[in-house]
Design a protein around this ligand. Structure first.
Ligand code: NAP
Length: 320
């Protein structure tokens, strides 16, 4: 009979690792399943994190590693697998007896490489970059079109780049690139940025950044590599083309919840419906971090979600 975990956590970003730390301290038999053997999630590609309490200005990669080191110190077990679906456990009769003894309501997490039995599951698979959806984006991806300034910015030293978007990520990317590039355009579809005021102030102080307001990208142009952007001003209708060597798209995120369709209720954007306690519409399935319906998607709220979910898991297991 396969082993039965009290808790299987899917994802090893701040939410998943935060949950794993609380789960270990609660003495729950826990497994973290991560898609790749690199923990940390989106924070790994953040250049600098300046709003995580107690660690001002820490590099995103370093913070991700610190979360992982903490989990390792508590001997959290990890498995590398891509989860395809979660369904009620399908067990033979004698196994069901043992499962009943171990606590009713079992889930099986079906991965590409294995099946994992769990009394509870925390979904913490986070989110990924949203696409802009304009001609040239797909074709020139990796040839000047990028979604990660900290990963690819170094290829554009002393060159001209553009960042698309007006949120925290777009502003952070523009600041990061401005330190490397000769010139950086920040192209935003409105006349006001969405990102944090402190970031905006930093951005405005950079002399080689030009913000192009009220403007959308019609196409990304180039043959073997990006050479220009065709732009439209939404207020005046004016069209223009600017020469760039690279374009960094930072127009938000979409949740990694495809594998959970039909399992838990989601909103129109594909975010798993769950409150602060992480409880979803399915008993024993909890949601933490960026994939959950919430107002503020930050590292600190992801870590907090992980802790809250484990508290709910403990309560749920005690109720069984
Ligand atoms: P975001 O906050 O959702 O911002 C996305 C930006 O892209 C918005 O400015 C939006 O414009 C623009 N946009 C969306 N679709 C577009 C389109 N089709 N064409 C042109 N522009 C488009 O996303 P994010 O910056 O990726 O951040 C994701 C989450 O992580 C946020 O909750 C953010 O606060 C958090 N985060 C926080 C930090 C930090 O605190 N240091 C760092 C990184 C990320 P509108 O403004 O017009 O909607």
């Amino acid at each position: 009979m396969e082993q039965i975990y009290d808790l299987v956590i899917l994802g090893s970003g701040p939410a998943g690792l935060g949950a794993s730390i609380y789960a270990k301290r609660a003495d729950l038999k826990t497994l973290v399943i991560e898609r790749e053997m690199v923990s940390g999630g989106q924070v790994l590609t953040t250049y600098e994190v300046d709003n995580y309490a107690g660690l001002p200005g820490i590099g995103g990669f370093d913070l991700g590693m610190k979360f992982r080191e903490h989990a390792d110190k508590l001997e959290v077990p990890f498995a590398e697998d891509t989860v395809l679906k979660i369904e009620p456990a399908d067990l033979a009769e004698n196994e069901l007896v043992q499962a009943a003894e171990a606590g009713a309501g079992l889930w099986q997490v079906v991965g590409e490489s294995g099946v994992y039995l769990a009394k509870t599951v925390i979904l913490a698979t986070g989110a990924r970059h949203r696409k802009l959806g304009v001609p040239g984006e797909e074709e020139l991806s990796g040839m000047g079109v990028s979604y990660c300034a900290t990963c690819d910015g170094a290829f554009f030293k002393k060159k001209t780049t553009a960042v698309i978007g007006g949120g925290d990520v777009a502003i952070e990317d523009a600041i990061f690139l401005a330190r490397l590039c000769e010139k950086v355009y920040l192209i935003h579809r409105r006349d006001e940025l969405r990102g944090a005021k402190s970031l905006q102030n930093k951005l405005m102080a950079m002399e080689n950044v030009e913000i192009i307001w009220d403007t959308v990208v019609d196409s990304i142009n180039g043959t073997d590599k990006v050479s220009s952007l065709s732009l439209s001003n939404k207020k005046t209708g004016e069209k223009k083309e600017i020469s760039v060597d690279g374009v960094f798209i930072a127009v938000g995120i979409s949740p990694n919840t495809g594998a959970f369709e039909g399992l838990v209720e989601m909103d129109a954007g594909g975010y798993v419906k769950a409150g602060e306690d992480g409880r979803t519409s399915a008993a024993g399935i909890f949601a933490a971090g960026d994939l959950r319906t919430k107002n503020l998607r930050q590292i600190v709220t992801a870590v907090a979600d992980g802790a809250n979910c484990v508290s709910s898991v403990e309560r749920y297991l005690n109720e069984q």
